[in-house]
Write a new protein. Structure first.
Length: 346
């Protein structure tokens, strides 16, 4: 079968190959497994960081990719949860069952490391790690859901504890996690505001339900946000940027407000000052989530008819390099997807 693997290069700075190659089709070896015919896969920035050598635990020669949707082609052992023909999304990691604090055992995200990835025509998973794809989602939308959806769910609800009527700020709108966090907060009845360096992305976010937003490159952008809320403070900030933003968040959050940090794409540290301590502001790290949270997220998406934003779809694994180039440019609004089935529901 065809698959996209990570292949080591000796270039400086590092940019390893994402190579399309033929590998053996995986086989079911134990009860409780299922074989999928993969219909579509989607990209996360994690794959780009792996290619840049900036991610720990890279296993060269392994299949890339954590996100995918497919139909069950074969089941080994009895299953009360699934049957052949079910369209399912895949839990994008292993080793974390239900503890809300963190993984119970060795934890691996799928692709490029110790847990085999899904950028392939077929994929074997534990049946417990498969969840029926919500019927309202196309294959491309379903493929875009797993990692970003799980990360956004934990950040918004487990760590941020977002509730109806709260004022929520989501930074860096345009990426998959930020956009799903927006959709989750809107569905929960929160008042959502966004930041971006691209005014066009802010306008798109407003069409998706945001109350408004500001360009964080503008002077006094925190004051601009407070004008949008008519002076009301924010309850929660969902942040994927890191860097100096915490200084502004400290000024616009209510006493006892919460900053949820799920990434630091701008700078890999934040300045948490005594001013934040005096205001009883909490900063909570959040990344990915458990299988239990994944199931809750998929149920929420089905109930509220949430749709991941898909920026672009290419017809096959052979277009992986084109998708990587778009991700490197950072111009996308939403997820980048490869469709593996010409007759699949796009």
């Amino acid at each position: 079968m065809k698959a996209v693997i990570i292949e080591k290069t000796n270039f400086e700075p590092a940019y390893h190959n994402a190579k399309l190659t033929d590998i053996p089709k995986p086989q079911l070896t134990e009860d409780g497994q299922a074989l999928l015919d993969v219909h579509a896969v989607s990209f996360n920035h994690r794959e780009l960081w792996i290619r840049k050598g900036q991610y720990p635990g890279i296993v060269f020669g392994s299949v890339l990719g954590a996100d995918g949707v497919g139909r069950i082609a074969e089941i080994k052992g009895n299953s009360s949860k699934h049957q052949v023909g079910d369209r399912v999304v895949v839990m994008p990691s292993t080793g974390w069952n239900k503890d809300p604090r963190g993984p119970e055992e060795a934890y691996y995200i799928l692709g490029g490391g110790h847990a085999q990835g899904i950028f392939s025509e077929h994929f074997v998973a534990q049946q417990d790690d498969l969840f029926k794809a919500p019927d309202h989602l196309t294959d491309a939308e379903a493929a875009a859901l797993p990692l970003a959806g799980l990360t956004a769910w934990r950040a918004v609800f487990t760590k941020g504890q977002v509730r109806e009527g709260q004022n929520v700020l989501i930074t860096g709108i345009g990426g998959g996690v930020a956009l799903l966090a927006l959709s989750f907060c809107v569905a929960a009845g929160a008042n959502v505001y966004v930041t971006s360096s691209d005014d066009a992305k802010i306008l798109k976010a407003v069409k998706l339900g945001a109350q408004g937003g500001v360009n964080y490159k503008a002077d006094k952008w925190g004051s601009q946000l407070q004008k949008l809320t008519h002076g009301e403070p924010f309850d929660v900030v969902i942040d994927g940027a890191g860097g100096d933003g915490v200084k502004v968040f400290t000024q616009i959050l209510r006493l006892g407000g919460t900053i949820v940090s799920y990434g630091m794409t701008v700078k890999p540290k934040v300045d948490f000052t005594m001013a934040a301590v005096l205001r009883n502001i909490e900063i909570r790290g959040s990344t990915m989530g458990s299988r239990a949270e994944f199931g809750e997220m998929v149920d929420f998406v089905a109930k509220h008819k949430v749709k991941p934003v898909v920026s672009q779809v290419w017809p096959g694994l052979e277009y992986a390099e084109e998708a990587f180039n778009v991700m490197k440019a950072g111009s996308q609004f939403g997820k980048l997807v490869l469709s593996l089935k010409n007759n699949s529901k796009l």
